[in-house]
Structure formats: structure tokens, C-alpha cells
Design a protein around this ligand. Sequence first.
Ligand SMILES: [Zn+2]
Length: 156
Amino acid sequence: MLIGNGWDLHKHSALKPMYLAGLEFDEEGFEGYSDGDIILHALCDALLGSVGKKDLGHYFPSKQPTEKGIRSTVMLEKVLEIIDYDKLKVRNVDITVISQRISISEKRENLEESISKLLNIEDSQVNIKGKTADFLGLIGDKKASASLVTILLENA
Ligand SMILES: [Zn+2]
């Protein structure tokens, strides 16, 4: 069995639509050199961590201008190659989004379906939870949102 965890946080920006779990929403998005998808970035780090392959920043340094504006779905595809994903089998993915701005309950089904498609697993293997920060700090002030991902895999 292999377990990995990842987390990510981005500042919100009114200049970009929101990308979450690879989907685009007509809501205030995130700053970032990529599309700022906090769920996919945390998922990429969890996947890399599960097989001991460093972190997302190692493969996509934010100082590299060619990567600017890159979609996180493209980053995830590269990560799946790096970790030899076809030799692995996901048991489950557990995701927490910490935000005072994003309502997870109304998006849950779409987000879970998107993650299951991206990882080629069943919807039932993905769980997404929404939490607030009780109006405290950066997240509580709606300036930023964060995501935590834990993934359990085994060798196929
Ligand atoms: Zn990120």
C-alpha cells in the first residue's frame, strides 16, 4: 500500500474564472502562474508523495515562463506519467476544500465525477468535503482558499 498527502493554497483573483478539479466555474478564480486549481495541485503532490517522487514545484517550477497559464489537467497528466500510474491502482481519494467562498455541497457531484474521470476510477472512490475557516485569517476573510488531498494506492 502507498499513501500520499498534498495541500495547496491560492489567493483569489477576480481576473480569472475559477478552475476546480479540472472544471471551470463562473466564479472568482485564483491567482497563480497556472490556472490555480487548488484541488488538482494538492492531488498532484499526493500522487508524487505516494511513490516518493518529490513535489509538483520540482517538475513545474513557477519561475519558468513557458509554463505560465498551464492548465492543471496538463500538469496532472504529466504527474501520472512520472509516477507510472498505469502500474498503480487507487483505493480511494479523500479531499478537503477549506474556503469561506466556495460552496462545495452544490458542486460535490461534479467535482467527484471530474476527479474520478481524470484518475480513471469510480466516483465512489472519491470523496470531497467542504470546510470553512470560521471567518478567521486569510481563508476566513475570503482572500484565499486551500485544499488537502490524501490518496491511498496499491501496486496493480
Ligand atoms: Zn497551486
